[in-house]
Design a binder for this molecule. Structure first.
Ligand code: ADP
Length: 263
């Protein structure tokens, strides 16, 4: 297995506006601790929905007289918890697949038509938002060498976070194009923002600024950990800029060697 600790590579001088470029630093002495925390977290995350489901099942067993509406309500809550467990297991499988790829996969990357991929992701983001946010989209005709399914999933994670952490009426800007001699996919939201002290830890598995909000909006706490692994497998880096109460920008940057653009 592989575990990574983020190293702060750059912090903007203005303390209210934080920008951190993540870099993976493996640190042997923390590995065991990280592994223990991970098992404890997974157990806890699975236990919570199971407790709810078994609680309602017991309730129904003991209460023959319960009316139809109450039973239907209980069932809808159980369905919701089942969905939570499925999402968590899907994300765990994705993470473990990505870790196996780290250990030497033979798959070769392809040239990915990013404009189409980004358009698809924006369409899905709009569906998630259900009209609650304005979307602004800027796409340049630039392609990328990488793994299309992974890039789509990483981009979708960032867009769905923007939707989930931006109140109704806010705006979400999705950009894809050249960045220096390479390329960059970014999502800027006008949402709740993130306090500087949390930023270096956001890509840790199950690290959340606000557990309640993350769960309530359908988060597993694994999204950014997955994004980080995908970027490593695709030669990119993640940059996070945020101002609490104003919004955030999450950027995936790729080097020149991965970027194909027509000038
Ligand atoms: P989650 O499923 O909890 O959203 P992620 O790994 O995707 O898990 O994100 C980790 C944490 O980072 C979130 O719980 C949230 O606190 C914070 N976060 C991620 N994206 C944003 C955003 N666009 N705006 C504000 N906070 C964010």
């Amino acid at each position: 297995g592989t575990n990574f600790i983020l190293e702060v590579a750059a912090v903007a001088p203005d303390a209210r506006h934080t920008m951190i470029v993540t870099r993976d630093v493996t640190e042997g002495r923390r590995l065991e601790e990280v592994r223990r925390d991970f098992v404890a977290n997974v157990s806890h995350e699975l236990r919570t929905p199971l407790t709810v489901i078994s609680g309602f099942l017991d309730l129904e067993k003991d209460d023959d007289g319960a009316n139809r509406e109450v039973l239907a309500y209980h069932r809808s809550l159980m369905r919701e918890q089942t969905k939570r467990m499925r999402m968590l297991l899907d994300d765990l499988l994705t993470l473990s697949r990505l870790e196996n790829e780290d250990e030497g996969s033979t798959d070769e990357p392809d040239v990915v038509a990013m404009p189409k991929l980004v358009e698809d992701v924006v369409r899905e983001g709009k569906a998630l938002s259900m009209g609650k946010h304005d979307f602004l989209v800027e796409i340049e005709d630039v392609s990328l060498v990488g793994f299309a399914d992974e890039l789509r999933s990483a981009a979708m994670n960032l867009v769905s976070n923007a939707v989930r952490y931006t109140p109704e009426g806010g705006s979400i800007t999705v950009r894809w194009g050249r960045y220096g001699t390479g390329s960059c996919f970014s999502v800027t939201d006008t949402g709740i923002g993130i306090d500087a002290k949390h930023i270096p830890r956001l890509t840790e598995r199950f690290y959340r600024v606000d557990k309640g909000r993350s769960r309530a909006t359908g988060g597993t706490g694994l999204g950014l950990a997955i994004v980080k692994h995908i970027l490593r497998h695709n030669g990119g880096t993640l940059a996070i800029e945020s101002t609490p109460g104003k919004g955030s920008t999450f950027s995936m940057r790729f080097p020149e060697a991965r970027t194909f653009s027509k000038f």
